[in-house]
Ligand binder design. Structure first.
Ligand code: ADP
Ligand code: MG
Length: 266
């Protein structure tokens, strides 16, 4: 029988970076004894604890790097409230195959229908699947690119936004872009084309993007890249927030839901 030196065992677990096994050694071994595991079962049991810990840590780090503005999940999405959405399509997107293929996703629809919610939820799924993800609003993105352009650091910024496997750009079309934005966005879209995925949300239909970007020719070139391998999800219907308010009696009937949508196309 090999004499086990407890401190030596802890040192080895530290050196192998088996953190979860080291931290929970006594309770894991008690459990092994209680369940009367053989060696193989015990090894699998310890490995499972370590893998679960490392997965959790990876997801936590990936989520913090992604800079989501809030926590939203697919489980928290009420599909019954949004009949224009096909739950099957969203479940398919949740498998992350589109990220693996470098495809794009466009979530289109009027304000309040859950575009940002789904964008964050799909971003979390991408992280769970192991893909680096970054979330940014269109306004913050364009401000950052314009500033970098002025400072002669555009290349650096394009690299930064080109790196994550999935870049989520929320709220395209809410605020007008400044001149030059179309060219900067085009450079970003070209850089990411067929390399990384884009998830874009907008309250404007793609037909209006010429106006959004202030340059129909460049907007067409952007769309050409974005739509080439893409999944377009158009959400219709009323704002979830207004619906909730009306339910609680704060608002009354249908005329209250006519939130003006720029272009009113949905
Ligand atoms: P959008 O980005 O389309 O303007 P949001 O995603 O910000 O809309 O949704 C507005 C609020 O309503 C958010 O708090 C979101 O979580 C919630 N919400 C929208 N649609 C749903 C839904 N179908 N189920 C649950 N919550 C929803
Ligand atoms: Mg939104």
């Amino acid at each position: 029988m090999v004499k086990v030196d407890h401190d030596r065992l802890l040192q080895m677990l530290t050196r192998l970076q088996l953190i979860a096994i080291r931290e929970q050694l006594d309770s894991l071994l008690d459990e092994v004894a209680r369940r009367d595991f053989n060696f193989r079962e015990a090894l699998a049991f310890l490995c499972e604890a370590e893998v679960a810990y490392k997965d959790q840590r990876r997801i936590r780090m990936g989520t913090s790097i992604a800079k989501f503005p809030f926590v939203r999940t697919l489980d928290g999405f009420d599909f019954e409230a949004q009949p224009s959405l096909d739950p099957k399509q969203i479940r398919e997107l949740a498998t992350c195959r589109w990220v693996a293929n470098g495809d794009s996703v466009l979530l289109l629809g009027p304000p309040g229908v859950g575009k940002s919610h789904l964008a964050v939820a799909l971003g979390r799924e991408a992280i769970r699947c192991g893909y680096s993800t970054l979330f940014i609003t269109a306004t913050a993105l364009m401000t950052s690119l314009s500033k970098a352009h002025l400072d002669g650091k555009l290349e650096e910024r394009l690299m930064h936004f080109g790196k994550p496997k999935l870049l989520i750009i929320d709220e395209i079309g809410y605020l007008p872009f400044e001149t030059n934005a179309a060219h900067l966005f085009f450079q970003l879209a070209s850089r990411r084309y067929e390399r990384g995925s884009l998830l874009l949300t907008s309250n404007r239909s793609v037909g209006e993007w010429g106006e959004v970007f202030g340059d129909p020719v460049v907007a067409t070139a952007i769309l050409d890249r974005v739509l080439h391998h893409s999944h377009v999800v158009t959400i219709r219907g009323e704002s979830y927030r207004l619906r909730e308010k009306r339910r609680s009696g704060l608002l009354q009937t249908a005329h209250q839901t006519s939130t003006p949508t720029p272009g009113g196309q949905f």
